[in-house]
Design a protein around this ligand. Structure first.
Ligand SMILES: Cc1cc2nc3c(=O)[nH]c(=O)nc-3n(C[C@H](O)[C@H](O)[C@H](O)COP(=O)(O)OP(=O)(O)OC[C@H]3O[C@@H](n4cnc5c(N)ncnc54)[C@H](O)[C@@H]3O)c2cc1C
Length: 393
């Protein structure tokens, strides 16, 4: 097993790092560093810069705009973007809908949607979860009844991230309520958010931000041509997509950047008359976190080495989601601990090297980061996957 990068891989990383230094707009970097809620225009601005460079969809096949990078290069690119403080790439079109279309879509669907996703013409969201159907997704009840060349969709999706910004939603719907196995009656539809009968209502999270929504479907007509794969095969599509989702959640580059940020900040804070980084209890937590992040990076390299050798990682890849998100949460906990009473401050803060709005964002950010162990398949479910499929328990 090779747990180091080759000279070529290191050269590639340096090229990406240099390009990011020269091309990541300062205002976008600043918003990310300040934990600002990014707007559709911010997200699309970065998307289009990468698209112009030819780097927006590295994992797609070359004919559709992919880069032909190997798995290590793709990972290095993501890590460098996170480390540089680039805005996140919204996965719904690029990393979820596109792989589904590439594997299951018709030629007409690919020709229509893939170039639009590549250019950032369409902003997508994911309509899987429903009230009562999150972890137990196959219990979903949103119905699609076929009438001629249309389906008529009725029901509700929930927790739909960025639906208020989206032009399109991909949805799991129930086309056969009588199917023996509940997984067999499900189909996968692409739905234009401007279709009459769709209502989007905000769900405001505990950080005060509007990021997720409820989406209601009231007699919404969807062309049959917008169904991906056969009727009743939506569960096959969903499983394909969830595998992609689990690989994308470790965010090691972002956590490395935030750890550096935390260390620099903690060094300026004082406890019992000494820098906080000299406090044994805080130092212990900081070291533990750093070791966990190193271990995560090495675990990730193990998976990459498997992929280099042409073997797809198995269900144990869920470890990346569990550890990656736990680390993201611990980072925000220690930032909050380092800030102490300052995190409550709404007044001026003169004696710390962080801007007031960054300090003010720490507590909301702590709250917001609780979501990471819930979305993309909760960490309890990931542990079940490891127990059942990797450990055979
Ligand atoms: C911020 C955010 C954004 C999201 N964005 C989207 C989106 O864009 N599109 C979308 O479709 N969905 C989205 N989701 C929904 C997300 O996928 C679900 O919240 C998640 O799958 C959990 O489902 P649930 O909320 O119904 O909780 P439940 O499934 O009801 O689970 C409640 C608790 O029970 C635990 N639990 C459930 N079953 C088991 C079990 N078998 N063993 C052990 N523990 C169990 C869970 O881990 C959880 O702690 C988002 C969620 C959040 C919080």
């Amino acid at each position: 097993m090779d747990l180091d990068y080759s000279a070529d891989e290191r050269a590639f990383r340096d090229d990406v790092r240099t390009w990011l230094r020269e091309n990541l707009p300062a205002d976008l970097h600043d918003k990310v560093a300040r934990y600002a809620h990014l707007k559709r225009d911010d997200l699309l601005a970065w998307h289009r810069i990468l698209a112009a460079r030819g780097w927006i969809a590295p994992s797609w096949p070359r004919e559709w705009g992919g880069t032909d990078w190997n798995v290590v290069q793709r990972y290095l690119f993501e890590e460098e973007c996170g480390y540089a403080g680039a805005p996140p790439l919204i996965p719904f079109g690029l990393a979820m809908c596109a792989p589904v279309l590439l594997k299951f879509g018709t030629e007409a669907q690919k020709q229509h949607f893939l170039p639009r996703i590549y250019r950032g013409d369409d902003f997508w969201c994911q309509g899987y979860s429903e009230p009562g159907a999150g972890s137990d997704l196959a219990s979903l009840r949103t119905s699609a009844v076929r009438r001629g060349d249309h389906y008529v969709v009725n029901g509700q999706k929930t927790w739909t991230t960025l639906a208020h910004m989206a032009d399109w939603i991909f949805c799991l719907v129930r086309t056969d309520p009588a199917a023996e196995r509940k997984q067999d009656g499900i189909s996968f539809l692409l739905i234009d958010m401007r279709t009459p009968g769709i209502t989007v209502r905000p769900l405001v999270l505990m950080d005060g931000g509007h990021e997720v929504n409820e989406v209601f479907f009231d007699d919404v007509e969807v062309p049959v041509a917008n169904r991906v794969h056969d009727e009743g095969k939506g569960w096959t599509v969903a499983k394909h997509l969830l595998g992609h989702e689990r690989m994308n959640t470790a965010r090691i580059g972002t956590s490395r950047r935030e750890l550096e940020h935390l260390k620099a900040f903690a060094a300026t804070r004082r406890r019992n008359g000494k820098p906080l980084t000299d406090d044994p209890r805080f130092r212990d937590k900081l070291s533990r976190l750093e070791i966990e992040l190193m271990a995560l990076a090495i675990t990730n390299l193990r998976f990459l080495d498997q992929l280099r050798g042409g073997r797809a990682p198995g269900p144990e890849v869920s470890m990346l989601k569990i550890k990656g998100t736990e680390i993201q949460q611990t980072l925000t906990e220690l930032m909050l601990e380092a800030a102490g009473p300052l995190a409550q401050a709404v007044a001026r803060v003169d004696d710390v090297p962080l801007a007031e709005d960054v300090i003010a964002a720490l507590a909301p950010r702590y709250c917001s980061t609780r979501k990471t162990t819930i979305y993309a398949g909760s960490n309890e479910i990931q542990r079940n996957i490891i127990a059942k499929h990797a450990l055979g328990l």
